[in-house]
Ligand binder design. Structure first.
Ligand code: DGT
Ligand code: CA
Ligand code: CA
Ligand code: ZN
Length: 564
């Protein structure tokens, strides 16, 4: 679509919407909306069409044709500016929210005096919207979600993997099975995602039409690529014939630094590599690749898993056939950080065991909070005793065994929130920092080192304490933590909650290099959260971790042995 036409179409559309907010003549509203659609579909730039030709298009009358000319020359038209002046400017901004049209805006404006997005947010939070006729609680929630999406779109905040999965779930509805792959940072398993990149062999004209139906807004629509907003996130789609699908997938998976290094390697052999294939510069022949694997073979290297493609040494390793064997989801025998309804989780112990069974696990480590900080309904010594009895009962009836652990607070002075007397009877103990986050680096580091040195603490939970998009990691010297944990054989957690992803790839890599152990825990508080294991596994792969580095691959007997 022509960009200038698009802008003109948008302005005509806006004119119709503002007239509707003002409750003007519905025929006039329809005339603008119709004209907007027609101009939006024109292949020829409007600037190249004469006034007479414009007027002759069915659905564009003399009046609107004049306004189109005005827009071509001035970028706007007088009547639009005039009606804009008759409504608070915030109303036009509200129209950009998903699920908010002129009728809604009018009602909110007239009945609740909502004039800005902030007003709308306040009204929704104050439950004032559900009182309106035809507006339920669901609509109220919808507004809040649309506002959050719009803000995310404006800021350059990266998505959590869970948010990315939601966007992809939506896009999937427009795509046909087996015709596409999600590439980019998502495919590389990164802890956060900037935008979603998709490679597809579908026909652009067909798919673009379907994408329009799921998009909040199209950014760009073409034969080679399209971009759009979906649930507040940007999605880029690249079209390719199946004969060059492998090259396009490789290119779009990146990372950029990896692509550049790989291109240099190819160039060293006299080949130019790009997203369409490999050209032999001496002979002038071009090789096309429908499969990514064949490109690696052509270059004489092993297939590099997407998670490793960062130019962190994987290219040399693949050339010399020394790539590490990475951990896989199927190696994982259990989750090592799960909360039950004994503290702030939603599952009782039986539900926990069943959820573990459904994942095919042989064990789940139940790690409810200790009571030391008086938060999140923590457990004290006697509660833990009672919990232990109940675990024994539940374990009789299920194939997935619940291991009795705790997530004990590492207090500001480095001692644990429960005494050794209590910790020594538990199967596996996770120690985490949940307070005094502002300690300076050395104090915080020594605090965590004391926990690592504590013979009863087996795992350090979410070691940097970051909450993605909300709280930075606390000041801590991770190098010292990693070295000390490797020396004592204490595992560092790879917390797979999409809100944490802590520790991240670089620290996992460092821990693996030091021969340290990693423990993956989802920090699940509900049954659906156990699925986050996959995020943790991918993060561990990014850190070059093999099954031997990750204690979740141990069978129950060996795990208990390891912890004792
Ligand atoms: P993100 O979206 O920030 O989480 O990270 P990516 O890696 O998905 O980056 P994105 O979406 O900007 O680009 C997708 C892929 O396209 C990227 O991984 C590699 C490739 N790419 C993008 N820009 C360039 C470039 O300038 N040169 C090369 N060689 N490749 C690029
Ligand atoms: Ca991306
Ligand atoms: Ca992109
Ligand atoms: Zn915690």
């Amino acid at each position: 679509m022509d960009v200038a036409n698009r802008r003109i179409s948008d302005q005509l559309h806006l004119m119709g919407q503002i007239l509707e907010i003002l409750d003007e003549n519905p025929f006039k509203v329809r005339a603008y909306t119709r004209a907007a659609e027609l101009i939006g579909r024109l292949a020829t730039p409007v600037a190249d069409i004469s006034l007479e030709e414009l007027e002759s298009i069915e659905g564009i009358g003399t009046a609107i044709a004049q306004k189109v000319r005005e827009m071509v020359e001035d970028g706007t038209f007088r009547e639009l500016e005039e009606v804009k002046g008759r409504v608070p400017p915030g109303l036009v901004e509200m129209l950009a929210l998903e699920g908010v049209g002129p009728k809604t805006v009018r009602v909110l404006w007239k009945k609740l005096h909502v004039e800005t997005i902030e007003d709308l947010e306040k009204a929704a939070r104050g439950h004032r919207i559900r009182a309106l006729k035809g507006f339920g609680e669901k609509k109220e929630q919808g507004f809040l979600k649309a506002i959050a999406n719009a803000r995310r779109r404006q800021s350059d905040m990266r998505m959590t993997r869970q948010e990315a999965d939601m966007v992809i779930g939506e896009v999937r509805q427009a795509m046909s099975e087996g015709t596409y792959e999600v590439a980019g940072s998502y495919r590389r398993g990164r802890s956060t995602i900037g935008d979603i990149d998709i490679v597809t062999v579908e026909s652009p004209s067909h798919l673009n039409r379907r994408l329009r139906s799921i998009a909040d807004e199209m950014i760009d629509e073409g034969e080679r690529k399209s971009s759009f907003w979906c649930r507040g996130s940007r999605v880029d789609v690249r079209y390719t014939p199946s004969s060059t699908y492998g090259s396009m997938l490789l290119y779009l998976t990146g990372a950029k630094a990896f692509n550049i290094r790989l291109r240099e390697i190819a160039l060293g052999k006299g080949w130019r590599l790009n997203e369409y294939g490999i050209r032999d510069l001496a002979r002038g022949t071009v090789h096309e690749f429908s499969r990514e694997e064949d490109i690696f073979a052509f270059l004489g290297m092993d297939i590099i898993p997407p998670e490793l493609r960062e130019d962190w040494g994987e290219i040399d390793a693949a050339l010399s056939h020394r790539l590490p064997a990475l951990i896989e989801g199927s190696h994982v025998r259990g989750d090592l950080h799960v909360h039950s309804s004994w503290s702030d989780g939603s599952m009782d112990l039986e539900a926990l065991a069943r959820a573990g069974e459904a994942c095919g696990y042989s064990y789940l480590l139940c790690t409810d909070h200790s009571s030391s900080l008086g938060v999140a309904r923590g457990l004290d010594e006697s509660a833990l005793k009672r919990q232990s009895h109940e675990i024994e009962m539940v374990n009789r009836a299920t194939s997935c065994q619940i291991l009795h652990g705790v997530e004990v607070d590492i207090l500001a002075d480095g001692t644990t929130g429960l005494p050794s007397r209590v910790l020594k009877d538990l199967d596996v103990v996770v120690g985490s920092v949940h307070s005094a986050f502002t300690q300076e680096t050395d104090l915080m580091t020594r605090r965590v080192l004391s926990a690592i040195g504590n013979e009863h603490v087996d795992i350090i939970g979410h070691p940097t304490g970051r909450l993605l998009g909300q709280r930075e990691a606390y000041a801590i010297d991770m190098q010292r933590v990693i070295e000390s944990a490797a020396e004592t054989g204490t595992a560092l957690e790879c917390n797979a909650s999409p809100y944490r992803m802590d520790i991240d790839d670089v620290h996992i890599r460092e821990a693996v290099n030091h021969g340290g152990f990693i423990s993956i825990g989802t920090d699940a508080h509900g049954p659906g959260d156990l699925a986050w294991m996959n995020y943790g596994v991918r993060l561990c792969r990014r850190g070059w971790a093999g099954p031997g580095n990750v204690i979740n691959t141990l069978n129950m007997h060996d795990l208990l042995e390891w912890a004792s």
